[in-house]
Design a protein around this ligand. Structure first.
Ligand code: FUB
Length: 327
């Protein structure tokens, strides 16, 4: 297998975009990113600097073609339950409806996951009155399997509040596990047929090493931090995610969408900026990695830009590691 092709420049430069979820709808590439804004307040581990207020949907007829901004698809002011911080979204298509899933803080400052619907992939999207009952934390990623079952994966540490939900209810004082204990995993829930609620309580995904032992909380090169994504390749489920403090996109593989997932390696080495967030999509026989970095804002962490590059597999199904700044 050859090396992946060179990374592209930001797909748009008239706005800052981050957290891209890419999908093929109606034969085109649609990208559902966060819309990064200027921010005067503090930057901290709580993520207060990520104070996004709306979503724009982007599309490309083909790779290397112009990226179209379809304008505002959903605004904070129109979401009855949300108070601030529209973070990383995802989209899905089922029942002839397009669904936009998004995290935001509710009126009590607790991150929840909402859903909005549209008849077209570019929106505008109409939000449900309330967040998805039983939802919490951030970074929803929706996967519709070949048997038509739909799952939402989600969760993020620190500002994403996943540590606060270890007992099943929100505990503002809760901290993460000890470094020698199993790391927290992302959560997964099957979605109801109308895609608007969870069919069952979210469960934790286990990520293990090659011997079947859980990845530990102190193993920051491999442990789950935020930004889950699921794709299927050769009948295996690939769970990829950000390691947060070590700034990598890594992946683990399973025969079952509910896991356990066995850790495999690194997809993307650290980008310019603290956060790293991605999606993986197949388009016209090739696979692509969509991601963001802060090169266009000269390293301002909360002003990110979406890019993409080709992603390739080795014959054994492992993914060729991408260094986005190497030819
Ligand atoms: O964009 C805000 C947050 O930063 C996302 O939800 C995380 O995945 C990280 O990219």
């Amino acid at each position: 297998m050859g090396k992946p092709s060179k990374p592209k420049n930001p797909i748009v430069t008239h706005i800052f975009t981050a957290d891209p979820s890419a999908h093929v709808f109606e034969g085109k590439l649609y990208i559902y990113p966060s819309h990064d804004l200027d921010h005067d307040g503090p930057s901290n581990d709580n993520g207060d600097q990520y104070a996004m207020e709306d979503y724009h949907v982007l599309s490309m007829d083909d790779v290397n073609e112009e990226c179209v901004d379809h304008g505002e698809a959903l605004h904070l002011r129109d979401i009855p339950w949300a108070s601030k911080q529209l973070w990383a979204p995802d989209a899905a298509y089922r029942n002839n409806v397009y669904y936009l899933y998004f995290p935001a803080r509710d009126k009590e400052g607790i991150f929840r996951i909402g859903v909005a619907t549209s008849t077209t992939p570019e929106g505008p999207f109409t939000p449900e009155e309330n967040y998805i009952p039983g939802s919490f934390s951030i970074d929803p990623a929706v996967f519709v399997d070949e048997d038509d079952k739909a799952y939402v994966y989600f969760g993020g540490l620190w500002g994403g509040q996943l540590e606060k939900w270890q007992e099943g209810t929100f505990n503002s004082n809760a901290e993460g596990p000890k470094l020698t204990e199993p790391a927290l995993g992302p959560r997964v829930a099957e979605l109801s047929d109308d895609m608007l609620t969870f069919k069952s309580e979210p469960r934790e995904i286990s990520i293990v090493d090659e011997s079947g032992n859980p990845i530990l909380a102190g193993d920051e090169e491999r442990r789950y931090f935020e930004g889950p994504w699921i794709h299927k390749y050769n009948d295996l489920y690939y769970l990829s995610y950000s390691t947060g403090t070590t700034h990598k996109i890594v992946y683990a593989v399973s025969k079952d969408p509910l896991g356990p997932f066995e850790f495999k390696g690194t997809i993307l080495t650290p980008v310019i900026g603290w956060t790293t967030h991605h999606s993986i999509v197949q388009f016209k026989e090739k696979w692509y990695l969509f991601y963001h970095d802060c090169s266009f804002s000269d390293g301002v962490d909360h002003k990110r830009s979406v890019k993409y590059t080709e992603l390739t597999y080795n014959d054994d199904g492992t993914i060729v590691t991408i260094n986005p700044y190497e030819d």
